[in-house]
Write a protein that binds this ligand. Structure first.
Ligand SMILES: Nc1ncnc2c1ncn2[C@@H]1O[C@H](COP(=O)(O)OP(=O)(O)OP(=O)(O)O)[C@@H](O)[C@H]1O
Ligand SMILES: [Mg+2]
Length: 329
């Protein structure tokens, strides 16, 4: 697997020394306190975290907009620093938190203006293709200020992808959009992944991240708390994992007696035709239990592992980290 973005122990501190109104201990903000992560080619990577966690700072560092205090960032195995930042400009597209369109310019003129930074030789053609891709071609000569919120966001995405970059950063791409507009933007992002681009998303929308991200990092107070596939993140957060087996008939005393003798399960309970089993390693336990039930002649209708949603994982993590502490919000 090819690593496209690599952060090694990245530290970013904002100094507000001159602000005498703030108490001394709050003048310096450690926005990133030693962040390490890797993003692979073609993957959608999600960065989650509460307000002020450091998500936007992370993207701005990777995009070469902010200088680091320490640590290293590599883009396509080449170190990012003052002298190399310009090399990556063509490779990167960055959708900022505020869409940043010029409201008094037409869609075409917005794209022409931003496109001119990249000296594209087929700019007019690129403008048409990109507007079409974003479903905005028929509004090409309309002023950006007249667009709906969702359309404005699509114009901003058009700007982000106009120069056909390999790596895309989306900072809160669906914030403030209604459900239909969010789905539209989300599908557009998934479409961009199909073109083998690498996509880095900051988001608060846990359901969205779970749906579209291949891997996720949870950031809090500038530190990574968890990193991995959405389904893997919660593995050690709960005392035991859960497996539900639904049988055709109510559970017999014979099955109950056999289950009570299994030493590889933590505990189990019976609810009519359901057996709910708790185990430390559900991946290993599941096939053994199924074999046991088959041996007992049980008519199995369904076997289902309970996978915790990203929302449950996130809330549990935040609960542990912020117990009695609301500073991050
Ligand atoms: N330019 C700046 N000068 C001083 N402090 C800053 C600056 N930019 C960010 N910070 C501080 O750094 C911390 C991280 O901010 P950041 O914007 O990266 O958080 P975030 O995770 O993107 O939050 P949100 O979800 O609200 O967008 C915050 O405490 C913020 O006040
Ligand atoms: Mg932010």
């Amino acid at each position: 697997m090819e690593t496209v973005i690599r952060l090694e122990n990245v530290v970013k501190i904002f100094y507000n020394k001159k602000n005498k109104k703030l108490p001394e201990e709050r003048r310096d903000v450690i926005a990133l306190g030693g962040v390490s992560l890797e993003v692979n080619k073609g993957e959608i990577f999600g960065l989650l975290g509460p307000n002020g966690a450091g998500k936007t700072t992370a993207i701005r560092c990777i995009a070469g907009i902010l200088q680091l205090n320490s640590g290293k960032i590599y883009i396509k195995n080449q170190e990012l620093n003052k002298s190399t930042a310009h090399v990556f400009r063509r490779d990167l597209g960055f959708l900022t938190e505020n869409h940043g369109n010029y409201e008094n310019l037409t869609l075409h003129d917005n794209l022409q203006f931003f496109g001119s930074f990249y000296a594209l030789n087929n700019l007019e053609e690129r403008i048409d293709t990109t507007l079409k891709q974003m479903g905005l071609l028929e509004r090409k000569e309309m002023k950006a200020g007249k667009l709906s919120k969702g359309q404005k966001q699509r114009l901003a995405i058009a700007r982000t992808i106009l120069h056909d970059p390999e790596i895309l950063f989306f900072d809160e791409p669906t914030a403030g959009l209604d459900p239909a507009a969010s789905v539209h933007v989300r599908n557009l992002i998934l479409g961009l992944k199909r073109d083998d681009r690498t996509i880095f998303i900051n988001s608060h929308n846990l359901e969205e991240v779970q749906k579209i991200c291949d891997r996720v990092a949870i950031l809090d107070y500038g530190k990574i708390k968890r990193i991995g596939e959405p389904s893997e993140l919660g593995k050690d957060l709960w005392d035991a994992q859960e497996l539900k087996c639904l049988l055709k008939d109510p559970i017999s005393t014979e099955i109950n007696a056999a289950l009570s003798k299994l030493d590889y399960i933590k505990k189990y309970k019976i609810e009519d035709k359901n057996i709910i089993i708790y185990s430390d390693n559900i991946d290993e336990t599941t096939p053994r239990i199924v074999k046991e039930l088959v041996r007992l002649d049980a008519n199995i209708l369904e076997v289902r592992r309970t996978v915790h949603s990203l929302e449950e994982i996130y809330l549990k993590l935040m609960d542990e980290e912020h117990l009695g502490d609301q500073n991050g919000f």
